[in-house]
Design a protein around this ligand. Structure first.
Ligand code: ADP
Ligand code: MG
Length: 393
């Protein structure tokens, strides 16, 4: 789960990570009162969307910049009005862009130098890794590609946590000394504590800055949490912004379905992520194109199958459905009953191919055959994929 910059910065403050003062609002009526809460201009006006590259982004009406430096509060008000409810396209949003529904006003900082700092999980060592660079404010992928020697990493042993010497080594390698050094060590230590205690998957600060008065501040904040750990953080779940998510994926999550929309025309309903992946592959192999990834999990109920069919059918590109179920824990007849009930309830008109295998498969096939519905049964995955590709062609 991702959160907005302003929410991430509120968490930063709670953990003692220094950030500039700021106020976020969701209506135009609150712009002026929000600006009044900040000390004197200059102010930076920041579009809040779940994507980076905002500063260099462009709005669909031609307005340039999702992050704007305003010399006066009057300028800030003008920028906020231009951004609000406007659609921002950045290198990370895709061409459709994202509608800006929250504006964050923040105090402008005097920047001496911009750095990069992130904490994430390193898949090779299976441990948290802190990544830092003296080249901040720019795309880190570009730095990694062109000057990899300017990026350094420290692996943290999760059993003992971040050690003082490791935080000092990072600050040292960033070339900091004096107050900057002391403040950077404090910031890195606090940021790691936040990463750890919130079960974050990633915390990225780009840029981290130094100011002429010795401060070290997080100027941007990108945070995402491990969904599997959210059950123990109700206060973080409350930060979820449904405006930033695909409505079909939100509906799917209510029924514990893992659904990802794709751009093909053959919908698939499968149990197990591995089988879902190979089902998409075999559709492609026989010349078709999958409309989604959908994993109904280990034990799909009739309600789940109906919900899954409904979600699948809201996609106007869908021209056929392939159900591919392996009855391991689940009984094939249960899924067959669910498929029949869902097809009836939704008066399904597009081709439906069902391939069942495993536990109680004979009864499942009988249920499908006796339903009187136009359901095409298949024996193998190859058979199923070929049938559905032919039917939608
Ligand atoms: P994004 O990464 O989405 O473009 P940032 O928050 O990093 O958004 O902002 C882009 C740039 O704007 C930063 O690299 C920084 O130079 C400048 N900036 C952002 N916030 C402030 C601030 N509070 N004071 C001064 N400059 C800022
Ligand atoms: Mg940034």
């Amino acid at each position: 789960m991702n959160i907005h910059e302003y929410q991430a910065k509120a968490l930063f403050e709670k953990y003692g990570v220094a950030v500039p003062k700021g106020v976020a609002v969701r209506t135009a009526a609150e712009f002026e009162p929000a600006l009044a809460q900040l000390p004197d201009a200059p102010v930076v006006v920041k579009s809040q969307i779940h994507a980076g590259g905002r500063g260099k982004g462009t709005f669909t009406d031609g307005f340039k910049g999702g992050v704007k430096f305003a010399k006066t509060k009057a300028d800030a008000l003008g920028f906020a009005k231009a951004m609000f409810n406007n659609t921002l396209v950045t290198a990370q949003t895709g061409p459709a862009g994202r509608k800006v529904q929250t504006i964050y006003f923040t105090q402008a900082s005097d920047i001496t130098k911009e750095y990069y700092l992130a904490i994430l999980l390193d898949r090779v060592s299976s441990r948290p890794v802190i990544v830092a660079s003296t080249e901040g404010g720019v795309e880190i992928e570009k730095v990694a590609h062109e000057t990899p020697d300017k990026i350094f990493k420290i692996i943290v042993d999760p059993a003992v946590g971040l050690q003082g010497y490791q935080a000092r080594e990072l600050a040292f390698r960033l070339g900091l000394s004096g107050d900057y050094f002391k403040n950077a060590v404090k910031l890195i230590t606090s940021l790691y504590r936040m990463f750890w205690e919130t079960d974050a998957a990633m915390v990225e600060v780009n840029p981290l800055i130094t100011t002429p008065t010795g401060q070290v501040l997080a100027l941007d904040a990108k945070v995402s949490f491990d969904d599997n750990a959210l059950f123990r953080h109700p206060e973080l779940v409350a930060l979820r912004d449904l405006n930033e998510e695909d409505p079909k994926e939100i509906e799917a999550s209510k029924y514990s379905l893992s659904y990802i929309a794709l751009d093909g025309n053959i919908a698939c309903l499968v149990n197990g992520a591995g089988l879902a992946m190979s089902t998409m592959d075999i559709i492609k192999h026989f010349g078709g194109s999958p409309a989604n990834f959908l994993d109904v999990g280990g034990g799909a109920s009739k309600d789940q199958v109906t919900a899954a069919f409904k979600i699948i059918l809201t996609d106007p590109n869908v021209k056929g459905i392939l159900v591919n179920i392996f009855g391991g824990i689940m009984d094939c007849n249960t899924i067959a009953t669910g498929v029949v009930a869902a097809s009836r309830e939704l008066a399904l008109t597009i081709p439906l191919v069902v391939r069942l295998e495993g536990n109680n498969v004979a009864a499942g096939k009988k249920t499908l055959a006796e339903s009187g519905l136009k359901i095409e049964s298949a024996d193998t995955m190859a058979d199923a994929a070929q049938k559905i590709v032919k039917l939608v062609a």
